[in-house]
Design a protein around this ligand. Structure first.
Ligand SMILES: [Zn+2]
Length: 223
């Protein structure tokens, strides 16, 4: 029995009342991992931003900066709170057993070392087992983990592990290409540099020919 099947057995009925109910697939709600946005947190974040600006020698009582703490706190909370979505899978009735690849999914995240953005594209593929997934859900999974304080390596692995577990796929491949502003706007100032990270599981880890399909689809893999 696959893990997906176990998950179905514990599926709450209300899950099917969500936005994807007309898909008639296996629909499970995915709650945001980090529900950060409550009033108290927002207020404390605003005060902290005002303190930071003051510490940097800025006058937060000036007309220009008066609303900045509120905006910065709201922006951070938005960027750190993933949106709820429903993971919808369907039976793989046709027995499709090749790579399914969604390329160029845009994402942005926040580097946990500098609180500066890194952003780029994710290429997410899998080789189905008994279930296939609604393609848009691959993009939602990327967002689920990217709206967090992150490093690109961990983000890549989290997306891969989550999909491997949720889909009981025969293999999962995740390739992220991103520009890190902490590297291009400061420090090394290596403008235009991109970082590529990869995570392959199952047949995509074991089978070079299958993994090469990522490359054939135009995804640049490190040598
Ligand atoms: Zn950084």
């Amino acid at each position: 029995m696959s893990r997906t099947t176990i998950a179905q057995a514990t599926l709450p009925q209300t899950a099917l009342d969500r936005d994807d109910r007309d898909d008639l697939g296996d629909a499970r709600p995915i709650a945001p991992l980090r529900a950060l946005d409550n009033g108290d947190q927002r207020m404390r974040a605003e005060l902290a931003v005002a303190d930071l600006l003051t510490a940097l020698g800025r006058d937060v009582t000036s007309e220009h900066l008066a609303e900045t703490p509120r905006r910065v706190a709201a922006s951070l909370l938005e960027m750190l709170t993933p949106r709820e979505f429903t993971m919808t899978t369907f039976p793989n009735d046709e027995g499709y057993e090749e790579l399914v690849l969604v390329r160029d999914i845009p994402f942005h995240s926040l580097c946990e070392h500098h609180l500066l953005p890194f952003r780029g594209v994710a290429h997410v593929g899998y080789v189905p087992g008994d279930r296939i997934v609604g393609l848009s859900k691959l993009a939602r999974v990327v967002e689920l983990f990217s709206r967090d304080l992150q490093v690109q390596e961990r983000l890549t692995q989290q997306i891969s592990r989550y999909l491997t577990q949720e889909l009981a796929a025969r293999g999962v491949g995740v390739v992220l290409e991103a520009e890190h502003l902490c590297m291009t706007m400061r420090g090394a100032q290596a403008a235009g540099s991109k970082t590529t990270t990869t995570a392959f599981t199952g047949v995509l880890a074991q089978d070079n020919a299958m993994r090469r399909q990522f490359g054939l689809a135009g995804v640049g893999l490190p040598a």
